[in-house]
Design a protein around this ligand. Structure first.
Ligand SMILES: CC(C)(COP(=O)(O)OP(=O)(O)OC[C@H]1O[C@@H](n2cnc3c(N)ncnc32)[C@H](O)[C@@H]1OP(=O)(O)O)[C@@H](O)C(=O)NCCC(=O)NCCSC(=O)C[C@H](O)C(=O)O
Ligand code: MG
Length: 303
């Protein structure tokens, strides 16, 4: 089997804000916020008796949505086996978001079912799929779930970790630094990368504790995450900074690209930059980082 991961086009997913679809004020506020993606939530932040109202609110919200903002718009649906999943999928067809976020995925078949449903509904070029990794079973089946992204039309392109559900099911403690969760989080990152998927870290519930939030963002970035799922607007700026590109990182990337473009280094696979070995793979990484800088600058012109 060819294990070379595909890479979908680079997208910014530094700050992925969840907005309860039943909360009119939060929906209105979301139009003004500088996050990279918005998840309109029909699942756990909406009471069962408010689900129908929330679906109607989303259809109305999407009719006036600015699709040129460069932001991704995602709808989190309810599990398909429950009373709301199928109705939520009809709402997805009415709204045509950029992606559908599947909650509590445990088996690859759950991703396939929605991918097939969207194709049969004629939405072949329609929403992509994101999957919440938040059950113990999803961790056991990570590679198989991620592989669906490569083998089934490439519709799956992002994992989002859900630690509230995972801690509830497993009993793993909620502790500063996440010592017992880090090994699991790294498995999610590795499985996602092996299939060319993006990967977004879990929400941080205590939105009033800025320092602890920033520390968790730094940790997530060091583990390889692309961004963080957020619950409150106050978290956006810190997430954009933590998962963004610093001036020093951009300058280093430019130096690497320039070194490989220099005539003296023509035909070299490895060069010496100020006493440090730099390989062609670092130039590829640098190019991707600079493309991210371009995307960030492009976004600034639209907000
Ligand atoms: C946590 C909250 C209930 C707090 O809400 P509130 O008390 O209204 O906060 P503030 O008064 O500080 O709000 C200030 C203004 O900001 C707006 N606001 C607040 N939150 C949001 C938001 N998420 N998106 C957009 N706008 C927001 C307020 O409306 C105020 O503005 P204004 O009305 O103009 O004055 C609330 O923040 C909240 O509900 N957050 C999201 C909850 C949610 O989406 N939960 C689901 C995702 S969590 C998850 O998925 C876990 C995962 O599955 C797992 O298992 O781990
Ligand atoms: Mg959850």
């Amino acid at each position: 089997m060819n294990r070379t991961p595909h890479h979908h086009p680079l997208r910014l997913r530094r700050s992925v804000l969840s907005v309860p679809a039943a909360n009119g004020r939060a929906l209105a506020k979301s139009r003004t916020l500088d996050c990279d993606a918005i998840i309109f939530d029909l699942e756990d932040s909406v009471l069962p008796e408010k689900k129908a109202e929330a679906r109607a609110a989303l259809v109305s919200h999407f009719t006036a949505l600015d699709r040129t903002s460069g932001r991704e718009h995602v709808i989190r649906i309810n599990p398909l086996e429950g009373p709301d999943g199928a109705l939520d999928l009809e709402t997805v067809l009415a709204c045509m978001p950029d992606a559908v976020l599947l909650p509590k995925v445990s088996e690859p078949q759950e991703v396939l079912t929605v991918a097939d449903w969207l194709s049969e509904a004629g939405a072949d070029d329609g929403p992509r799929l994101w999957a919440m990794i938040e059950t113990a079973a999803s961790l056991l089946n990570l590679a198989a779930i991620a592989e669906i992204g490569r083998t089934h039309g490439g519709r799956l392109d992002c994992f989002v970790v859900g630690l509230n559900d995972l801690r509830k099911e497993t009993g793993i403690a909620d502790m500063a630094g996440r010592p017992f969760l880090v090994p699991l989080l790294l498995q999610v990152v590795v499985a996602a990368r092996a299939s060319g998927l993006d990967v977004v870290d879990a929400v941080f519930n205590d939105f009033s504790d800025e320092d602890a939030f920033e520390a968790e963002c730094r940790q997530a970035r060091q583990m390889g995450f692309d961004g963080k799922m957020l619950i409150h607007p106050v978290q956006i700026e810190a997430a954009n900074a933590a998962f963004g590109v610093t001036e020093a990182e951009a300058a280093e990337a430019l130096a690497i690209v320039a070194a490989f473009a220099a005539p003296d280094n023509a035909g070299k696979a490895v060069v010496n930059i100020a006493g440090r070995m730099v390989e062609k793979l670092h130039a590829d990484q640098a190019g991707r980082l600079l493309a991210k800088v371009d995307l960030i600058n492009e976004r600034k012109t639209k907000t």
